[in-house]
Design a protein around this ligand. Sequence first.
Ligand code: SAH
Ligand code: MG
Length: 218
Amino acid sequence: MIEDNINYEYIIRYLREMTDDKDALLREMRTYAEANEVPVSQRETSAFLQFLCAVKQPKRILEIGTAIGYSAIAMAKNCQAEIVTLERDEAMITTAKDYICRAGLENRITIIEGDATKTLSRVSGEFDLVFIDAAKGQYETFLNQITVSHGGILVCDNVLYKGMTATDELVVRRKITIVKRLREFLKELMNDENYVTSLLPLGDGVALACKKGCDKNE
Ligand code: SAH
Ligand code: MG
């Protein structure tokens, strides 16, 4: 029984079957994640991220929430970007470094250790793709600290949070604050005139935003 509360179970099963990792290392990482309860992106979300990297060919990617490096490696394999990824959990960082070395991507993926609400101030420059996939109660704080390039893409994962964001009926007591913050974040993002935004019932819910405007030299 899949309890995502977002799509029909038969659809989720089918999508996950169809988006199974073809890459051996990514497959191994997913098996590790499942055995160790690491919340890596769902297969369909990962397939979508890889599609975005392939079509956008970003030069610089920022990720908030590395976990074991699954999504960072998946993105790196579909473009030539330099990837900066933020993680606060030491055990995750150790495992991620190991996988990144095994993927031969240590020259392109840099992990910044520590709480992203603090380390983001050390991250400079614009990013062509930003993947926010960490503390769901902090998305608004993260949004205010990042710089997305014009025409750049912002992807925020888990915004429907097992359906709780969409209906009070699913909200469990200990998640009330996080759900409230996610709803406020989505409202702010939808009303932000700097972005064209779309909400997708993909995986655990994805907010997809494109920063408007173009560079002066374009
Ligand atoms: N993007 C990964 C999954 C990330 S899971 C993938 O798809 O493969 C979320 C991760 O964010 C966890 O490892 C957690 O430790 C980290 N995290 C949560 N809040 C954070 C914060 N404030 N700063 C840095 N990392 C954070
Ligand atoms: Mg996620």
